[in-house]
Design a protein around this ligand. Structure first.
Ligand code: CP3
Length: 345
């Protein structure tokens, strides 16, 4: 039997419609799990956990052991890449990431060349290697990176922002600097994902969490075009590795995104209606996502009915069950088991 035959995620990504969709969850290794909190405490802090291959592999495996998800996602963060390019990065407990800001040509000139990233990121590749040895044979290993636009919003502002204002300002006021940063990130993302694939990642996902703040021409130029370039370069080097794209809150721009970029699957946030997505996005191939993360907190009959509604709406085509965004730290671990039971039961 080929590797694809017993891996339900790879079958969905190859375009197969399955009676029971495979399932995994964004942020499935995270603070809602007591075993994650224990391992993070052992590592010291979040970044030390990301750069400790043994412990990063351990937290990746925890939700697989507990729930039997069909995929494991490498434990790391999208902000490790800017750090590898020379940005300072730290996390403030309870607030989120902080980075040195990049606001002009001099800031861009201080970035390291793409070839330098592996020096910082080699522990991540080591985590991937451990996981490809230790995962159950039916579990698919997903690698990932942030999309250039989303990563740029953090590098420019030095933190998460509500409206990505500083990045929009740099785009408008110093377009040469902004375009140079996007080009550097596009090239670095190809190198980073390619190294994850060579270490054993079987699928890669590109997270464009802030794609929704790009409209019209800007969406085409800074969300769609970089995704297309990254996917084309990866497909040349690794033609058999499926790619999931997540242009979060893209709205109407979800339509045709897979076709235009070459992605094998489009991940959907929970702002779009499932029937709309089945009619307009799943027509082009595999879709993933859409369950609102708050159901993992609130649970109850609504969790079950929403889960079933999504399974049914996407039952006519290739589908990977997932949330519309990451599970939150206040989620009840028992609700995850209830969701899986509603999908498979
Ligand atoms: O999904 C997984 O289980 C794999 C690991 C993963 C993490 N971050 C671990 C993490 C992945 C795929 C990411 C992606 C990521 N990181 C994104 C894109 C997806 C999204 O959520 O929109 C973004 C924007 C980031 C940047 C980032 N990392 C932020 C804004 C934060 C702080 C918010 C928060 O939840 O605390 C992080 C921290 C982070 N990344 C945590 C985890 C498990 C929590 C850190 C902790 O343990 O304290």
């Amino acid at each position: 039997m080929s590797a694809t035959a017993d891996k339900t995620i790879l079958r969905a990504l190859a375009g197969e419609t399955q009676p029971i969709p495979p399932v995994w969850m964004m942020r499935q290794a995270g603070r809602y799990l007591p075993e994650y909190r224990a391992t993070r405490a052992q590592a010291g802090d979040f970044l030390s956990l990301c750069y400790n291959p043994e412990l990063a592999a351990e937290v990746t495996l925890q939700p697989i052991r507990r729930y039997g998800f069909d995929a494991a996602i490498l434990f790391a963060d999208i902000l490790l890449l800017p750090q590898a390019l020379g940005a300072d990065l730290w996390f403030v407990t309870g607030e989120g990431p902080r980075l040195s800001t990049l606001t002009d040509q001099a800031g861009f000139d201080r970035l390291k060349p793409v070839g330098a990233i592996h020096e910082t990121l080699s522990p991540v590749y080591e985590t991937v290697k451990i996981l490809s040895r230790e995962l159950p044979r039916e579990t698919t290993l997903i690698g990932f990176a942030g999309a250039p636009w989303t990563v740029a919003t953090y590098m420019i502002a030095g933190r998460g922002t509500k409206d990505q204002g500083p990045a929009h300002a740099l785009m408008a006021e110093q377009p040469e600097v902004f375009d140079a940063l996007m080009a550097r990130l596009t090239e670095a993302t190809v190198e980073y994902l390619s190294a994850q694939i060579m270490a054993g990642a079987e699928v890669v996902k590109i997270f464009d969490s802030w794609a929704g703040s790009l409209k019209g021409e800007a969406f085409q130029r800074y969300a769609l075009e970089p995704a297309r370039e990254i996917i084309a370069a990866l497909k040349t080097r690794h033609p058999d590795v499926p790619i999931i794209a997540f242009p979060r809150e893209a709205g109407d721009n979800y339509i045709g995104f897979a076709r235009a970029t070459g992605a094998d699957c489009v991940a959907l946030d929970n702002s779009v209606s499932v029937d709309w997505a089945a009619a307009h996005v799943q027509v082009d191939g595999c879709v993933q996502g859409n369950l609102a993360p708050h159901h993992m907190v609130t649970g109850g009959a609504e969790l079950i009915s929403e889960t079933r509604r999504i399974v049914k709406a996407f039952s006519g085509g290739p589908h990977i069950f997932n949330l519309g965004h990451g599970i939150t730290p206040d989620a009840d671990p028992d609700n995850v088991a209830r969701m899986i039971e509603a999908i498979r039961g």
